[in-house]
Write a protein that binds this ligand. Structure first.
Ligand SMILES: [Zn+2]
Length: 162
């Protein structure tokens, strides 16, 4: 749901839309925000997105106030995404994965708070939200598994056998 717009007047996105969720809480977006304010994580501009995010979350979890404020702001955007998922699909469970899962319980608490604030209680309380314990590239692994499984189940679809 990275390209669901959460702000119709928001930041432009490469997809052509504006205000896409991933412009506010993806690893790339978090790194952009750190680069714009390099005093939070000195040297962040030479880090990968994953390294910059990990450094931010570590500093936040060590009690640094500025890092914590940024992490909580990111968490609120993740929460807005969760609200969209809940209102569209009414799921029983949302698993927060990839790099943001490394932020840990404080991020999860803030996401849960946003969901409580912004959903109908009968719906929002029925959705359990947890952090993934899988590696950060689990989404890519899952996508590869789907592609490989599809290929193995329907190999002729991928070849011109005429
Ligand atoms: Zn987009």
């Amino acid at each position: 749901i990275g390209h669901v717009s959460i702000d119709v007047n928001g930041k432009p996105c490469d997809c052509g839309n504006v205000g896409c969720l991933e412009r506010y809480c993806s690893a790339n977006a978090i790194h952009e925000r750190l680069n714009a304010n390099p005093s939070i994580i000195p040297g962040c501009e030479t880090m990968t997105h994953a390294q910059a995010c990990a450094a931010l979350f570590a500093k936040a979890n060590a009690g640094n106030e500025t890092a914590t404020l940024l992490m909580l702001d990111v968490a609120r955007y993740v929460g807005y995404g969760a609200v969209t998922i809940i209102n569209a699909f009414n799921p029983t469970h949302i698993v927060l994965g990839d790099i943001i899962a490394q932020a840990g319980q404080p991020l999860l608490d803030e996401v849960t708070q946003v969901v409580r604030e912004r959903t109908i209680p009968e719906i929002g309380r029925n959705t359990r939200i947890t952090l993934s314990a899988l590696p950060t590239d689990a989404t890519v692994t899952g996508a590869a598994a789907v592609a490989i499984t599809n290929f193995l189940e329907h190999p002729s679809m991928f070849f011109d056998v005429a």
